[in-house]
Write a protein that binds this ligand. Structure first.
Ligand code: F6R
Length: 242
């Protein structure tokens, strides 16, 4: 597991974006696995800036996101589809039909999970998967206790995760109770993984990830079983790691 130390959030966003841009330029039809949340916002802003200034093209890129809330249509500003369109896709030359998120309003959610897992297989592996990390070690919406063998599935969100995400909603009650997420095994199938972490709130999770052993009670520790993982984190998130 490689660690890239960055001074602060802007530095983290810049370094992560540079790493992605280099790969996109050398492999213009790659498949990118993407995440939502606060952490990757700066990276997405840098990708847009680079696209406008340097013309990096996303015309042949395919994206696949980790997760989506159940019950929120794409028109809902709290849906992850809305987030991805407004934070990234609408500002790049990527055809929207090349961008994939689970459909949280599908009539048959179990069927939707199977469709999404098949999609990951059809894409013949994700070249680069971007991840954030929850304070409890969740990756995607895989909460503590999720099997490392899990594939795309429905999850009941932990109360701590709903509270953490309530900042985007009017109240915690409005945060959906369930989501669809790529499983841990689906994530580990990616060729390369880049995990981002910023701020002191993530310091304990990063300490546990770097120093701990694989343990299903701490989902991110599954990354220890993957041969090509880079953590890009700022000083605050790395303050408990020597
Ligand atoms: C989002 C996702 C989550 C977040 C995690 C950290 O697609 O999969 O695992 O990466 O909750 O969120 P932030 O970046 O908001 O701290």
């Amino acid at each position: 597991m490689k660690i890239i130390r960055t001074a602060h959030y802007e530095d983290l966003s810049h370094k992560a974006a540079q790493l992605m841009i280099e790969k996109i330029r050398s492999n213009p039809d790659m498949t990118l696995g993407l995440a939502t949340g606060s952490t990757p916002k700066g990276v997405y802003a840098e990708l847009i800036k680079d696209h406008l200034e340097n013309g990096t093209s996303y015309e042949k890129i395919t994206t696949i996101n980790l997760d989506e809330y159940i019950g929120l249509p794409s028109s809902d500003p709290n849906s992850y589809r809305y987030f991805m369109n407004s934070e990234l896709f609408n500002h790049l030359n990527i055809p929207l039909e090349n961008t994939n998120l689970p459909n949280g309003t599908a009539d048959d959610i179990n069927q939707e999970c199977m469709r999404y897992e098949q999609l990951i297989k059809d894409l013949v592996d994700i070249d680069l998967q971007l991840l954030g990390i929850g304070r409890n070690g969740h990756i995607g919406f895989n909460e503590p206790g999720t099997s490392f063998k899990s594939r795309t599935h429905v999850v009941k969100l932990a109360e701590s995760t709903r509270k953490a995400n309530a900042r985007f909603f009017e109240s915690t009650d409005e945060v959906p109770t369930h989501a669809i997420t790529m499983g841990i095994a689906s994530i580990l199938d990616s060729r390369e993984i880049v995990l981002l972490a910023s701020g002191t709130a993530k310091a304990e999770a990063i300490r546990r990830l770097v120093n701990g052993e694989p343990d299903e009670q701490f989902p991110a520790s599954a990354l220890k079983l993957h041969p090509n993982v880079t953590i890009i984190a700022d000083e605050e998130a790395l303050r408990l790691v020597q």
